[in-house]
Design a protein around this ligand. Structure first.
Ligand code: ZN
Length: 130
């Protein structure tokens, strides 16, 4: 297992890229709209770890609501696991509160699932499969 990426909720990806990419010099990988999640995602690479900048595509979407409540900031950590279904089952058996009991499709067609922050120290955790 590894920390695959860190998701950061931002109001405006273009503005934030000026710092993350142009000033800090992180390698820019791609920008993509994920309409199912009503989010625009920019991916930057920092030594194999990715930084995801997340901008809401619509009012009332998850990212828009997050920014409204908390402002821009750390949104989630993503852990890459060998077998996402197996991990979800294990978590469920332990009574961990899940947002997704079955994986859904994330950016680039990868299988992803979210674990509710309640049992995770207040941090939203995304699981992705290798
Ligand atoms: Zn993510």
């Amino acid at each position: 297992m590894k920390l695959q990426h860190i998701g950061i909720a931002v109001k405006n990806i273009k503005e934030r890229l000026k710092i993350w990419r142009d000033v800090l010099g992180l390698h820019f990988e791609m920008i993509e709209d994920v309409p199912q999640q009503k989010v625009r995602v920019a991916v930057l690479d920092i030594g194999g770890l990715k930084i995801e900048l997340l901008e809401a595509l619509e009012e009332g979407s998850t990212i828009a609501t997050f920014i409204e409540k908390k402002g821009e900031g750390l949104h989630h950590l993503c852990l890459e696991v060998e077998d996402i279904e197996d991990m979800l089952l294990k978590l469920k058996q332990q009574g961990v509160k899940l947002i997704d009991e079955v994986p859904r499709e994330g950016a680039s067609g990868k299988k992803i699932a979210f674990i509710h922050p309640r049992d995770m120290g207040g941090v939203l955790i995304e699981l992705t499969q290798k």
